[in-house]
Design a protein around this ligand. Structure first.
Ligand code: ANZ
Length: 990
């Protein structure tokens, strides 16, 4: 029989499903291997050929590992909460659960068609209550935990309460809100429950906090920083503005250092690690206080200080060794500012260059800084107000991106440089961000480009501070080289000497300290939308409380509309009678007393909640007592290979690492890092086709279309045409007339009787009519061809355009492979004869090559090697079982259906080859036994001659001289000598 891929593929897909061929065991003597794909969001559009690229690669790897004797876990599921289903629900009124289920069915069909070896018994759906029960449970663990900096891990809040009641909080080293007050054990014990709970919220790893958020009015929700691109929502492209709001947050910053260090232990692409490092953004620097005072006091004190400094300097200049008298000493002390009365307020700045502190010529605070109102003098009020209004229009990203425009306003107030004692003006400007560091900077025009531009613009002093900095107007010259000048007691020191000296001095004065700062913020954990996990929290007296664990899952309630309420509450505010009563407050008598019940939290969890732990659920997907059983976790441990898109670099992949570390701290999981090796697959771009509409003299589009090669002779406009009615850039004219109703009478100007379309590589998208559905390719060529072809397109990590030009070649290859097992009448015919050396060589080359390629994740290079191998065997007319059987196994990860069928035809009737053993590579078969000797005459190379590598001088001489070509070169001359160097050369001396 000819190669009937349709029947074969259906047959084996059914076989695998019925026999649960790929069901992995949670106990095995085999070593484990966990291959994970980033699970899809099941969108309404279905899969296009770009989506399965990573899945095919991971499937090849999973199948290969099974052949290599591993117990492989290769699961699949759906990240099924999310905005698109909800947007659709708003438009159509259909419940998102209904559309989600329909989309999942369609995804499953498409996935099944491709022949993946997924263990479907472990499927997860994040929107399923049996799944989100555990997402809610993890949230509860986070709420019940704090981060202990002494043990460097999360611990139960009970241990914190215990310490507070014993020793207060001054001695507790914890990650907590900045504004946490200090209290003693006595005070703690005297606080009422409400106050205690309020204080605990400052420590919990998930907590409620007022914060500035990215609010997207059109989507009705808050977005994470990585969901906002250039001031617009990533999904939908709607404008995003800054707004203050009470929000659930996750204290991911507690894990900043561990998230950073862990990167050195995992095998991920370097650019991806670098993105995470930048996101975390560790800066080593210092916090410095610049004291403030009421204007009057500033003036007065400044006078004093100026005098004091002068006096002290004079005194010291005059006689460096002389002891100061009492009055002088007093003044001198004053000059080193021990923040006396009236001086306790200060602007605190974060700086990575505390060494530049003597170059500070002004301070800049963010327009949102809490001291702005207090610092603004009446004369400056109008200017400050106008500037603040102007800033509100800019997003944080705009503010960071704009490094050229200089703008700002003077508050009218001054602060004091704690080391120089100088008075410096305080400005506001939008280049300082409220959310980073302290929202205030000490500006050093001689060290920092932005500060320099600002100083030039507003005519503020530029103080040079390093002797090595030659050109102060050129900020590229800003340096840590050389020695300090104009810098008080650090004059003459180097950077390395100055830093510790300054920190020590600041500490002595109580004016500063060393500080490590992270750019990363705590992660907002909530959105004001319907289609997400309810947060298992109710409110009592304004404070959040967890519901009881036995009440999980907290089910998503029904609502009449998926829109905010009239009062601006999230959609869950519409749920009728949706309230909570803890069991302790329930009236147990039969007459159910509704009494008092508490409001639930109305926001739902963000998109990243369900995806931050899903790989554990696959380990034990139906466990009802835990998110995954201890034994299952102890066996599978972590993901060995994770394949997915790089767009998740700072979202999903950072949050997952965070939750993993947290679960590890509590002893629920065993590995510090969840994904040992990670590969980002490239994007498959679309290859769009265009037709060229002729434009008439008035500039109007006609109904005539000109072929690509002739288009320059006309005025035309290019129109996207559906790639499915174009083949090899040739338009199917009849189909085109049906493509759009206004094209039904279209006329064509042809070249060589054909209409040729233009083409361009673009993102694959419906609007560009360049989406290729894998189902169509499978219908035409089969899944095995699709799988091999997607790999053949190029290296997995690279982006590349979809283009079907080479697909015929792959299809022909599979037919040729099939033909090796069949005679000319297509009868199955395989011989048991001994293989020849050439056949064995061809086989062992491919055994080794595929093994090397797959282990290096170089899937594309194997495909061409398979082609070479099958061509060689075809030329050798090889139909020997001893060759074809191992070859079938080697090919099976790539083309699982055809190989299963041939495996059965080879006589393995009952089984599947999924668990066969990958053939052993034997290097002996590759040893060359011949060598192409370069033959020279009198040192001039004339030709190459194949000789056996085992022959000696005498035999070599005989064979060389017997060769007709050699004789022709010798032209009747008698050789004096034949020099033979084994494996190298033959030289004939005449
Ligand atoms: C003085 C100075 C002198 C600075 C100098 C730099 C160079 P990274 O490395 O990103 O942490 N800065 C601090 N808080 C800021 C904020 N909220 N908005 C804008 N800029 C802020 O950057 C730390 C440096 O960025 C700090 O060190 C501060 O300027 C500025 F020659 O202080 B620097």
């Amino acid at each position: 029989m000819d190669y009937q891929f349709k029947d074969i593929e259906k047959k084996w897909q059914q076989f695998w499903a019925e026999n649960h061929t790929f069901k992995a065991d949670n106990q095995s003597d085999k070593p484990k291997y966990y291959v994970l794909d980033m699970f899809p969001y099941p969108s309404g559009a279905g899969l296009h050929v770009g989506h399965p690229l990573g899945y095919i690669a991971s499937d090849i790897f999973a199948r290969y590992k099974r052949l290599k004797g591993f117990n492989v876990l290769h699961p699949m599921g759906y990240d099924s909460f999310g905005l698109p289903a909800e947007q659709y629900a708003i438009q159509t009124g259909q419940h998102p659960a209904v559309t989600t289920a329909a989309n999942i069915r369609r995804y499953r069909e498409q996935l099944d068609n491709i022949g993946f070896s997924f263990d479907w018994s472990r499927e997860v759906r994040t929107s399923d209550p049996s799944y989100y029960k555990w997402t809610q449970w993890i949230f509860m663990q986070l709420f019940n935990s704090w981060y202990n900096l002494e043990t460097d891990k999360a611990e139960p809040v009970t241990t914190l309460i215990e310490r507070f009641s014993r020793e207060g909080n001054a001695t507790v080293k914890a990650v907590a809100d900045e504004d946490t007050p200090i209290f003693t054990a006595g005070e703690w014990n005297a606080y009422d429950e409400h106050t205690q709970q309020q204080l605990l919220l400052k420590y919990r790893l998930t907590y409620l906090k007022e914060s500035t958020v990215n609010w997207c009015p059109a989507l009705g929700t808050v977005l994470a920083n990585d969901e906002v691109k250039d001031g617009f929502s990533e999904r939908g492209g709607y404008p995003v503005e800054q707004k203050k709001m009470m929000q659930w947050s996750m204290r991911i910053t507690a894990y900043a250092e561990r998230l950073l260090n862990g990167l050195d232990t995992i095998d991920w692409p370097e650019p991806l690690k670098e993105m995470q490092r930048n996101w975390i953004g560790k800066s080593v620097g210092a916090m410095v206080k610049f004291p403030l005072a009421p204007a009057s006091l500033v003036e007065e004190s400044l006078d004093n200080i100026d005098k004091a400094i002068e006096r002290k300097e004079q005194a010291l200049d005059n006689a460096p060794d002389r002891k100061l008298n009492e009055q002088e000493a007093d003044l001198a002390d004053n000059s080193s500012l021990s923040f006396g009365e009236g001086w306790d307020e200060a602007i605190e700045v974060f700086t990575t260059r505390v060494d530049t502190i003597f170059g500070v010529s002004f301070l800049v605070i963010a327009p949102e800084h809490e001291l702005v109102t207090q610092l603004t003098t009446p004369e400056q009020k109008a200017a400050i107000d106008a500037y603040i209004a102007q800033t509100k229009k800019k997003s944080e990203l705009d503010r960071m991106a704009d490094t050229k425009t200089v703008s700002g306003a003077f508050t009218g107030s001054y602060a004091i440089n704690p080391l120089s004692g100088e008075k410096v003006p305080v400005w506001i400007a939008d280049y300082v961000l409220a959310g980073y560091g302290t929202g205030a900077v000490m500006a050093v025009p001689s060290g920092d480009q932005r500060d320099y531009l600002f100083a030039k613009h507003f005519d503020l002093p530029v103080i040079p501070i390093l002797d090595a900095q030659k050109d102060i107007d050129n900020q590229a010259d800003a340096t840590k080289e050389g020695r300090y000048i104009n810098s008080g007691f650090i004059n003459g020191m180097t950077y390395q000497e100055a830093i510790p000296a300054l920190i020590q001095k600041l500490e002595e004065l109580g004016a500063g300290r060393a500080k490590v700062n992270y750019r990363m913020r705590d992660a907002i954990f909530g959105r004001q939308r319907y289609w997400g996990e309810p947060v298992p929290v109710y409110f009592k007296d304004g404070l959040p409380h967890l519901i009881e664990e036995k009440d999980l899952p907290l089910l998503l309630p029904e609502v009449d509309k998926y829109l905010p309420t009239e009062t601006g509450e999230p959609p869950l505010g519409r749920a009728v009678g949706w309230k909570y009563r803890p069991s302790s407050e329930k009236v147990l008598s039969s007459g159910e007393d509704l009494g008092e019940a508490y409001d639930y939290e109305l926001s739902t969890m963000p998109g990243w909640a369900g995806s931050s732990w899903y790989w554990y659920r696959y380990m034990d997907a139906t466990n009802e007592a835990a998110f995954a059983g201890k034994e299952a976790i102890a066996y599978w441990k972590d993901v060995d290979l994770y394949i997915g898109g790089s767009e998740h670099a700072t979202g999903h992949l950072l949050y997952s690492r965070f939750w993993n570390k947290f679960l590890k701290d509590l002893g629920y999981v065993v590995e510090e890092e969840p994904f040992k090796k990670l590969i980002n697959q490239g994007m498959i771009q679309g290859r769009s086709n265009f037709v060229y509409r002729v434009i008439d003299a008035e500039g109007k589009g006609t109904n005539t279309f000109v072929s690509y090669g002739l288009r320059s002779q006309y005025q035309t406009s290019a129109i996207h045409v559906d790639v499915n009615i174009v083949e090899n850039d040739m338009l199917d004219i009849e189909k085109f007339r049906k493509f759009r109703s206004d094209f039904k009478d279209a006329e064509f100007i042809l070249e060589n009787g054909k209409y040729i379309c233009g083409h361009e590589v673009e993102k694959m998208s419906k609007s560009k009519f360049n989406v290729v559905n894998p189902d169509d390719i499978i219908e035409r060529y089969g899944a095995d061809t699709l799988r091999m072809y997607e790999m053949f397109l190029g290296p997995l990590e690279q982006s590349k355009p979809w283009n079907t030009n080479g697909i015929e070649g792959v299809f022909k290859f599979l037919r040729k492979f099939w033909k090796l097992f069949h005679d000319d009448q297509f009868n199955f015919s395989v011989s048991d004869a001994e293989p020849t050396k050439a056949e064995l060589k061809s086989l062992h080359k491919i055994i080794q090559k595929v093994q090397d390629d797959v282990e290096r994740f170089s899937f594309n290079t194997s495909v061409s090697s398979f082609m070479i191998c099958v061509n060689e065997l075809t030329d050798l007319k090889c139909n020997k079982r001893a060759i074809l059987e191992p070859l079938t196994i080697v090919l099976s990860p790539y083309a699982p259906h055809i190989t299963e069928e041939l495996w059965a035809l080879l006589g393995h009737e009952k089984g599947t080859l999924s668990y066969a053993a990958y053939p052993q590579f034997n290097p002996d078969y590759l040893v060359e036994d011949e060598f192409a000797y370069p033959v020279s005459i009198n040192g001039k190379t004339k030709m190459n001659l194949n000789l056996s590598l085992t022959i000696d001088q005498a035999e070599a001489e005989k064979q060389v001289l017997a060769n007709a070509d050699v004789q022709r070169y010798l032209d009747g001359k008698t050789p004096k000598k034949v020099i033979f160097v084994k494996g190298r050369i033959v030289n004939i001396v005449v």
